[in-house]
Design a protein around this ligand. Structure first.
Ligand SMILES: [Zn+2]
Ligand SMILES: [Zn+2]
Length: 147
């Protein structure tokens, strides 16, 4: 699942579309998110963004939180005991979808989108005001099983 086209990705335009001023640090974080082949941890995004611009952990977290609250990225809980991960969520891309998380290496893959409305409907019937619906498959990835 490739949530965004890598070629010609325009980080400043993406930021502007989400109401964020395109500072070099924000652009570096968005570029790092857009270049990731799977949901990435904040630490991975920090490492990638640091190749483009000087920035620290706190700044990366703040930018990621801002992106999530403005709908430009999604935060996905990690497997038990593992770090949560982030993926870019450009307009017109595949919507929320399930993920598979490895409890050994913490890696994560996007799974094919499924209709989540049955889940949100039944939560809605319980009177829940839903913030997000996420489905996480936890287990051991192919690579870790092969070791
Ligand atoms: Zn693994
Ligand atoms: Zn995903």
């Amino acid at each position: 699942m490739k949530p965004v086209k890598r070629d010609g990705f325009d980080a400043p335009a993406f930021l502007a579309d989400h109401g964020m001023a395109p500072t070099p640090r924000r652009a570096a974080v968005v570029q790092a998110l857009a270049s990731a082949h799977a949901p990435a941890t904040a630490a991975e995004i920090l490492a990638a963004a640091r190749r483009l611009v000087e920035l620290n952990r706190v700044t990366v977290y703040r930018i990621l939180d801002e992106l999530v609250s403005r709908g430009g990225a999604r935060k996905i809980p990690g497997a038990e005991g593992k770090a949560g991960r982030f993926e870019i969520a450009p307009a017109g891309s595949v919507g929320p979808h399930p993920h598979a998380a490895c409890r050994s290496c913490g890696g994560m893959e996007c799974l094919r989108p499924v209709n989540l409305s049955a889940v949100s409907d039944s939560a809605g019937r319980l009177g829940f005001a839903i913030d997000r619906v996420s489905i996480l498959v936890e287990g051991v990835c192919d690579q870790c099983r092969g070791r």
